[in-house]
Design a protein around this ligand. Structure first.
Ligand code: GLU
Length: 613
């Protein structure tokens, strides 16, 4: 088997194929699949002893090997995330941030790390206003392709903190498989090829980025091998020298320099506004422990990510609203109707109340209380959709008996979040669980490749509202973390994991997680059905944004209730998908069902340590 793999590699002309035997990580399986990857994609796996699921077969395989080598869920999660930085460099990597949720089987406690990117200390409130016009920059490609959108990356600090706190590997050990993957290369599939094409103009705005991602002036061919030696060297140095090398050493210096003076190409028509990050901003960065959010839903405990992400609070509030209705007794159209309405209400509150807790007082206890949910549910009729955008509730004055009004003014703001990012779920033989969503914001982030280092810098600061409004909890403020929608979620019963799940997709992350939870608990779909189910997303906008299959399957019934539906996607990407999620279900006697996408984003890979037949 081993020899077959090596010779297959050699047959495809991969340099260093003979050195493959010494890698110490599992090599890809024998043949490239239809999409051109070596590793076979396995959307669902069942079995025992631990599981890893991600959108990428190479990354899942790396994580699985760490588990097989005796590493725990945290070790495997960091190794998988580092591998995703190689194979999904437009969705995640050292230049970005994310949120890490960890369930400790021994103590039965949920812990979370906020590794969100942070604004520079000198970020002006009008950072996103074009001085030449006095108006905000057009969002994409103009604003996102910039130094001004780059926040201090949180991912390296998150990995180091998680390993230090709960891991058994050192950083170097957790990064080693990804380093080898970057050196050896991976086979370009259609998704990577298309994402590169979608970003061509943005990448060409810089002198550094095309050298790696547009070799010969265009996207790497599907089926070709893509190597990133610079990233391999960066992982090696980071492992050896530790995170201070990143935050206080040469990388900090280089990030500050390139953000303040982006390596702009002389031929680009894009403005590429410069940013404000300094070495001091990088030196001051900390990944933070946060108190997880908690909501009780039909006997299950739903744990999620608190501020600076809006994910856990918004998911929890919407679930509490949905709990006011006997969903199991309703038709599937009515079930979806309640889900969409609850989501719109929770998004109205998200816009009014949620932001970085270091800057905003978040009324979390109220937003997650059943009484407040009961008051919000008063606006839902089972026969007619409410007009949208709807208004936020008043957390100081509300009536759970539906006696009076409890809303404030409309606070809907333009939603500019993109549909990418990446997510992984890992569990080990002891029952520890990691749910981790990481991102560089847009597909391709700021488009700025740190010269010679092999990773892209994020554009996460564009998750702030573009126009300053003193009443907006997500307004730009120096040193602040922009509000996220990332929602890594653990569903427990009696303190034990039932399902762990998460998704990419900007603000649709919240609705994807919600829809999956209601699909599983209320509609009683199996986990593989839940992940495959077509998605619709109502984020307090006039129309429900939906996948074409959702419109086909549920559109007529929902339209009859007054929900306009519009196809998901935007003019800048070819994707009309919502959320390439991952999840693991925990059954009796340690039996695991690990799922990844069967279809979205080219399909993912879910693997278990000991498969059952
Ligand atoms: N910026 C988004 C957030 O943190 C994630 C990016 C995405 O999923 O596209 O909520």
């Amino acid at each position: 088997m081993h020899r077959t793999r090596v010779s297959r590699f050699a047959a495809l002309g991969v340099a260093g194929a003979t050195a493959v035997a010494g890698l110490g990580v599992a090599l890809p399986s024998a043949s490239a699949d239809d999409a051109g990857r070596y590793s076979t994609k396995t959307p669902t796996s069942r079995g025992f002893g631990g599981a890893v699921t991600s959108v990428d077969p190479e990354a899942s395989r790396v994580g699985l090997q760490v588990l097989k080598n005796g590493g725990n869920a945290v070790d495997a999660a960091v190794a998988t995330a580092a591998a995703l930085g190689v194979t999904e460099p437009y969705s995640s990597g050292l230049g970005g941030g994310g949120y890490f949720v960890y369930y400790d089987a021994k103590t039965k406690k949920v812990h979370t790390i906020d590794g969100r990117e942070t604004a520079p200390a000198s970020m002006p409130r009008d950072a996103f206003i074009d001085k030449s016009t006095g108006k905000p920059y057009n969002f994409t490609p103009e604003l996102v392709t910039s130094g001004v959108s780059v926040g201090v990356p949180g991912t390296p600090a998150t990995w180091a903190k998680a390993l230090r706190e709960w891991g058994t590997y050192r950083l170097a050990g957790a990064l080693a498989p990804a380093e080898k993957l970057a050196r050896r290369g991976f086979v370009v599939d259609k998704t990577f090829h298309q994402q590169t094409l979608d970003n061509q103009t943005r990448f060409e705005a810089y002198t550094s980025t095309p050298r790696l991602f547009l070799p010969g002036g265009t996207a790497p061919r599907t089926g070709s091998v893509f190597r990133n030696t610079a990233l391999a060297n960066t992982y090696r140095a980071l492992g050896r020298k530790g995170v201070s090398w990143f935050y206080r050493g040469p990388i900090a210096r280089e990030i500050a320099h390139n953000v303040q003076s982006p390596p702009k190409s002389s031929t680009t028509a894009l403005p590429v506004p410069a940013g404000h990050l300094t070495r001091r901003d990088l030196a001051g960065y900390r990944a933070l422990f946060r108190t997880p959010t908690y909501a009780k839903y039909r006997g299950y405990g739903v744990w999620g990510m608190g501020g600076s992400s809006s994910g856990g609070t918004t998911v929890g509030e919407a679930l509490n609203i949905m709990e006011q209705f006997p969903l199991r007794r309703l038709s599937s159209t009515q079930q979806l109707h309640v889900y969409l309405e609850a989501s719109a209400l929770a998004f109205a509150d998200r816009a009014k109340y949620l932001g970085d807790p270091a800057f905003v007082k978040i009324p979390r206890a109220t937003l997650l209380s059943d009484r407040y949910a009961a008051s919000r549910a008063c606006s839902i009729s089972l026969t007619t959709a409410m007009p949208k955008p709807t208004t936020a509730g008043d957390v100081r004055k509300y009536d759970p008996t539906c006696g009076g009004t409890s809303s404030t003014g409309t606070t809907a703001r333009r939603d500019t979040e993109n549909v990418e990012t990446t997510n992984l779920t890992v569990t080990d033989k002891r029952g520890n669980v990691v749910e981790y969503t990481l991102t560089i914001e847009q597909t391709g982030g700021s488009g700025l490749l740190l010269p010679g280092r092999g990773f892209l810098l994020n554009n996460e600061l564009t998750d702030f509202s573009a126009v300053y409004d003193a009443a907006d909890p997500n307004r730009i403020q120096p040193g602040k973390r922009p509000r996220s929608s990332i929602s890594p979620t653990l569903v427990l019963r009696d303190g034990k994991p039932v399902v762990a799940l998460g998704s990419p997709g900007g603000s649709t992350i919240i609705t994807t997680v919600l829809q999956m939870i209601t699909d599983r608990i209320d509609r009683q779909l199996s986990l593989p059905q839940t992940i495959a189910d077509p998605r619709g997303s109502q984020r307090n906008t006039a129309a429900v944004s939906a996948e074409p299959e959702f419109i086909e399957k549920y559109g007529a019934g929902l339209q009859a209730l007054g929900h306009p539906l519009t196809p998901a996607g935007d003019k800048f990407t070819s994707a009309s998908e919502i959320g390439a999620a991952t999840a693991v279900a925990f059954k009796r006697h340690g039996y695991l069902v690990a799922v990844s996408e069967p279809r979205r984003r080219g399909g993912g890979s879910a693997l278990v340590v000991r498969p059952s037949r």
